[in-house]
Write a new protein. Structure first.
Length: 469
C-alpha cells in the first residue's frame, strides 16, 4: 500500500472524514459522531464518528474496526482527512487502517476476496494542511509497524503442524538477512554442547527438535544493550500433565513472547533505533511421549541450578530459565526483559485487559507501564516480594517449577524466573497470556494480536529519546 500526504483533495477518490462527538460536521444534524457511527454523506465522502475525544489507543481500534468491517468493498484509493491532526493521531489512524485489512484466511482454498486497497496497488492519501517532515515520518513509522504486526499475527495464527521451532528459526534468519541484523540458531547438538538442560528436557517428548534463536540488532552507535527473552513453545499439550482438550487447539499461541521479540527486533532494525537489542528465544514443542519428562523428575539448567519438575505444564518457565541465564552471562545487558504467555493465573487476575508486570525495579516498572498506557497494550504491576520464595523451595533440588496451590500462580512463576536472572538490577517479566491471543474482529474464536510490538517500540523509543513514540 502506498501512503502519502497531500494538501488538496483528489477528485473521484473516497474521502474519509473523522469527527469527534460534539464537533459540528456540517449540515447533517442526524450525525452525532458517536464512537463507530458511520454516515455516507455522498458516494465520495464518508463520515466516521470517533466519540468524545478518544485517547490514541482507542482511536486505532476505531479505525481498525471500521476498515475491517468493509474490507471487501473499499475502493483502491482513499483519502483520510487528517487536517489539523498531530503526528501521533495520524500514526494511530494509519496503523488501524492497515490492520483493518488483516487477512486471517491463511489456509483457505477458496478465500473471500479482500479489497485491492489493502494490497500492493492500494493507495492511501492523507489530507493535511501543509507538508511536514514530522508527519511524513509518522506515516512511515505507522506503516512499518503495521507490516511487522501483521507478519507476527501470521506467525501467531499458524497451527502447530505449520509452525515448528525450526520455523521460527527460519523466520528470524530471513528477517535478519533482509533487515541487516545478525541471527544465530542453535540446533539440538549445539544446545547439548552448551548445557541447555532445561530446554532440552522440555523438548524430549517431541519429534520436532528444539532450537535457541539469538537475534542481535547492533547499530553503529549505541549506549545501552537491551536483552529481550521470549518464550517460544510452538505447541503446548501440557506434556504428561496434559491439558484438557476443550481449548488445547489454542496452544498454538504459546509462542506469543517469542513473536513479540522477533517483531520488535525486526522493527527496531527497520527504524534504525540507536540501541542494541539482543533477542533470545528458546523454542520447543511440549508434547506427550514415552520420553517426556515426568512430574517428580529433577533436571539441570544452563545456570547450573537443579529443578524439581512438579508439573510438566509449567514448561515455559523452564525454557525461559535457560534463555535468561544465557542472555545475562553472554551479553551482560543493561536491561533484561522477558515476555511469555506463561500462566492462566494472570488471566484470572487481570482478565484480558492487561498483561502482568513483575520487576523489583520501580523506574523500569514506571517506564514500561507508561509505554503500555500510551499504546493501549497495558501492563499492571504485581509484586515479586521475597515472601513468595518459599513457594518454589524444593526438598531435593535447588528449586521446584510449581507450587501446586490455587493462589498467586503468576507471582510464583515470576519468582522462579527471578532465580535465573543472577540478581540483575533491571529485570522485568511480562506475563502476556491474556493479551497475545484473544477475541478480536479478526476472529471471534481468538487470533493473534501482536501484543508487545508497539509496547516495546514505545518503551525503547522513549529510552533513547528518538522521538519515535
Amino acid at each position: 500500500m502506498l501512503i502519502t500526504q497531500i494538501t488538496e483533495s483528489e477528485e473521484g477518490v473516497l474521502l474519509v472524514r473523522p469527527f469527534e462527538q460534539g464537533f459540528e460536521p456540517g449540515n447533517q444534524a442526524m450525525f452525532k459522531a458517536e464512537k463507530g457511527e458511520v454516515w455516507w454523506y455522498s458516494s465520495q465522502e464518508v463520515w466516521l464518528g470517533l466519540g468524545k475525544a478518544p485517547k490514541l489507543p482507542a482511536l486505532l481500534k476505531i479505525f481498525r474496526s471500521f476498515f475491517f468491517k468493509r474490507k471487501d468493498r473499499w475502493p483502491e484509493q482513499i483519502i483520510l482527512d487528517g487536517r489539523g491532526r498531530a503526528a501521533g493521531w495520524l500514526e494511530e489512524a494509519i496503523n488501524g487502517i492497515m490492520l483493518g485489512g488483516y487477512n486471517l484466511q491463511l489456509y483457505k482454498t477458496d478465500p473471500k476476496p479482500i479489497s485491492d486497497f489493502f494490497g500492493e496497488n492500494g493507495k492511501l492519501f492523507v489530507l493535511i494542511d501543509k507538508e511536514s517532515s514530522t508527519l511524513e515520518k509518522s506515516i512511515l513509522v505507522a506503516k512499518q509497524t503495521a507490516m511487522v504486526q501483521m507478519r507476527i499475527m501470521d506467525l501467531m495464527n499458524a497451527p502447530g503442524n505449520h509452525k515448528k521451532p525450526e520455523t521460527l528459526g527460519s523466520w528470524a534468519l530471513a528477517s535478519g538477512e533482509e533487515n541487516g541484523y545478525q541471527v544465530t540458531v542453535f540446533d539440538k547438538k549445539k544446545l547439548e554442547e552448551l548445557g541447555m538442560h532445561a530446554l532440552l528436557a522440555v523438548s524430549k517428548g517431541s519429534e520436532a527438535p528444539p532450537v535457541m534463536i539469538i537475534t542481535d540488532y547492533q547499530p553503529e552507535k549505541y549506549e545501552k544493550t537491551i536483552a529481550l527473552v521470549g518464550k517460544g513453545v510452538t505447541f503446548d499439550t501440557g506434556g504428561i500433565s496434559i491439558k484438557t482438550s476443550a481449548n488445547m487447539h489454542l496452544m498454538k499461541s504459546d509462542m506469543g513472547g517469542a513473536a513479540a521479540v522477533l517483531g520488535i527486533v525486526e522493527l527496531a532494525a527497520q527504524l534504525k533505533l540507536p540501541i542494541r537489542i539482543v533477542g533470545v528465544i528458546p523454542s520447543t514443542e511440549n508434547s506427550v511421549d514415552g520420553l517426556s519428562i515426568k512430574p517428580g523428575d529433577v533436571i539441570n539448567s544452563y545456570a547450573g541450578k537443579t529443578i524439581e519438575v512438579i508439573d510438566t505444564d509449567a514448561e515455559g518457565r523452564l525454557i525461559l530459565a535457560d534463555g535468561l541465564s544465557y542472555a545475562i552471562r553472554n551479553y551482560k545487558p543493561d536491561i533484561l526483559i522477558d515476555l511469555a504467555t506463561l500462566t492462566g493465573s494472570v488471566i484470572q487476575t487481570l482478565g484480558y485487559e492487561a498483561a502482568g508486570l513483575f520487576t523489583p525495579d520501580d523506574s523500569l516498572a514506571a517506564e514500561l507501564a507508561a509505554a503500555g498506557d500510551s499504546t493501549g497494550e497495558r501492563l499492571w504491576r504485581l509484586p515479586v516480594w521475597d515472601e513468595y520464595k518459599e513457594e518454589i523451595a524444593s526438598d531435593i533440588a535447588d528449586l521446584k517449577n510449581y507450587h501446586g496451590k490455587p493462589l498467586a500462580g503468576a507471582i510464583v512463576a515470576a519468582k522462579f524466573l527471578e532465580a535465573f536472572t543472577d540478581e540483575h538490577p533491571a529485570w522485568a517479566h511480562l506475563d502476556i497470556a491474556g493479551m497475545a491471543f484473544g477475541d478480536t474482529e479478526f476472529a471471534p474464536g481468538r487470533a493473534g494480536t501482536a501484543y508487545g510490538v508497539r509496547l516495546l517500540r514505545a518503551y525503547l523509543s522513549a529510552l533513547v529519546g528518538s522521538g519515535i513514540a
